[in-house]
Design a protein around this ligand. Structure first.
Ligand code: AP5
Length: 213
């Protein structure tokens, strides 16, 4: 089963993708995580990507489509969760063609509906485990009291360079201009389901499970 989690920054895509990986053995393909790996590499491409991400703009379609193509060829599991991809109509068309090329199809596109006002606190309160990437939040999912990641026991936690109000405004602008048209695109294809992303993490997981089962 291959699915897309679609929603603005902070909607909870990564959080739900991690749960689906743990519970169903699916493979999370997050273009944001792939690009953060690329920027760590210090290559020329990594430097260009870092500037674009910190501003809150979108990286070029060619770069992210190339990253996804590599992963589709390399990874195996009980289906893919596309997290943060596609983000433009060109990426959506490319994903359809890539899946077809690999004899696969898209089973569901899950739109996570949230109120913009909730996103600032979600984004500015977020941290992730430096070892396994488990996502935490200062209020709604705090780091355990012993200071160790609940998933891997890691003790270092990071905040993202683009998790500030200024970058978030630009990320939201990019979402509404370039990504939100995908809601209509997948609705017209008959693939779209929507869940209330403002519910608790477990309630959102339950709603997603209903769609998938
Ligand atoms: P990316 O890494 O994809 O970031 P994003 O889409 O902005 O989404 P986030 O990771 O910020 O949020 P999320 O929805 O995963 O929320 P999370 O689960 O962490 O992209 C970063 C950048 O890379 C882009 O700006 C762009 O530059 C570039 N890029 C990436 N993909 C690209 C593409 N395809 N094309 C071009 N450029 C691309 O949750 C957020 C917080 O809320 C957490 O602290 C979490 O604990 C908490 N939380 C989650 N769910 C709930 C809940 N139900 N209730 C309460 N709290 C919750």
């Amino acid at each position: 089963m291959n699915i897309i989690l679609l929603g603005p920054p902070g909607a909870g895509k990564g959080t739900q993708a991690q749960k689906l990986v743990a519970e169903r053995g699916m493979v999370q393909l997050s273009t944001g995580d792939m690009l953060r790996e690329a920027r760590k590499s210090g290559t020329e491409m990594g430097k260009i990507v870092a500037d674009v991400m910190d501003r809150g703009d979108l990286v070029t379609d060619e770069i992210v489509i190339g990253l996804i193509e590599e992963k589709l060829e390399a990874e195996k599991g009980a289906g893919f969760i596309f997290d943060g991809f596609p983000r433009t109509l060109k990426q959506a068309d490319a994903l359809g063609a890539l899946l077809e090329k690999h004899g696969q199809k898209l089973d569901a596109v899950i739109e996570m509906q949230v109120d913009d006002a909730a996103l600032v606190s979600r984004i500015t309160g977020r941290s992730t485990c430096g070892d396994c990437g488990e996502v935490y939040h200062d209020v709604t999912k705090p780091i355990p009291a012993d200071g160790k990641c609940s998933k891997c026991g890691g003790t270092e936690f990071k905040r993202r360079a683009d998790d500030n109000e200024e970058s978030l405004k630009q990320r939201l602008m990019e979402y509404y201009k370039k990504t939100s048209p995908l809601i209509g695109y997948y609705y017209a294809k008959g693939d779209l389901s929507s869940v209330d992303g403002l519910a608790s993490i477990d309630e959102v997981s339950g709603a997603i499970a209903k769609v998938l089962d």
